[in-house]
Design a protein around this ligand. Structure first.
Ligand SMILES: C[S@@+](CC[C@H](N)C(=O)[O-])C[C@H]1O[C@@H](n2cnc3c(N)ncnc32)[C@H](O)[C@@H]1O
Length: 229
């Protein structure tokens, strides 16, 4: 049984934190929508349509991001080491990872692979193997997107330090995310910091986050890389 199998039934409750709750306001799905929009914008910038593409979310948890992106892609799928976490996902293909370092899909099956807030739960020594796996299931030219907590943001670090499900967390900086990509045959393309503004301000001042995306203080960051042909 994995840590997240044990925590799954009280997952939403365990995520609660006074600062986090104020950040999202009445919309706890704010964080997932921000990631959906970040991924959409990435493909738009590259003038790539996602309509015919296949998307896999590794460590998909409860499947919120998959649900939000389901209609953007031809096919979406998720996998996770915790069967309890993915148990209630409906209408989306999911597979349990019996081996945490083996993604249960075939070679070159996907055009986009994401891993959102997964790597800080993976031991540093095992991260390269997981990244190689992400590369294996990507087709040449496919995109790997890693999204992680930003260890340079003191508020993020404070929330992580007092969240019980993050007891095993070892945060990684974007430089490590880029290095992992490079070591796994993936060429880094773009990096951006996001989650500067709480939901209440983001509604009106969201454009400011675009201006700030290179400043290493956002609550989280995304590193996009591509599988070399
Ligand atoms: C903090 S949750 C994030 C879930 C989801 N990605 C999200 O953003 O809501 C971390 C998830 O990663 C999963 N996980 C941890 N290690 C993993 C690994 N080696 N491979 C796949 N999933 C893993 C956990 O079971 C858990 O569901």
């Amino acid at each position: 049984m994995t840590l997240f199998d044990q925590l799954s039934s009280s997952y939403q409750e365990l995520l609660r934190d006074p600062i986090r709750d104020r950040f999202t306001g009445p919309e706890p799905e704010f964080f997932h929508r921000r990631k959906r929009d970040l991924i959409r914008r990435f493909f738009r910038r590259r003038r790539l349509s996602t309509a015919g593409l296949r998307y896999l979310d590794v460590g998909c948890g409860k499947g919120e991001l998959l649900g939000l992106l389901q209609t953007d892609f031809a096919h979406v799928a998720g996998c996770d080491v915790s069967s309890a976490m993915i148990d209630e996902i409906c209408g989306i293909e999911t597979r349990v990872q019996d081996d945490p370092l083996r993604i249960p899909f075939g070679q070159a099956e996907f055009d986009l692979v994401t891993a959102v807030c997964v790597y800080h739960h993976v031991l540093p020594a095992a991260r390269r193997t997981l990244t190689r796996e992400a590369g294996r299931v990507l087709r040449p030219g496919g995109i790997f997107c890693m999204i992680e907590h930003n260890p340079f943001n003191p508020v993020t670090c404070l929330i992580v330090s007092r969240t019980s499900m993050d007891a095993d967390a070892i945060l990684l900086p974007p430089s490590e995310a880029r290095r992992l990509a490079l070591q796994s045959g993936l060429a880094p393309l773009e990096q951006e910091y996001f989650l500067y503004l709480p939901q209440a301000l983001y509604r009106y001042l969201g454009f400011m986050e675009t201006l700030l995306k290179k400043i290493p203080l956002g609550g989280q960051y995304a590193v996009f890389s591509t599988k070399c042909s």
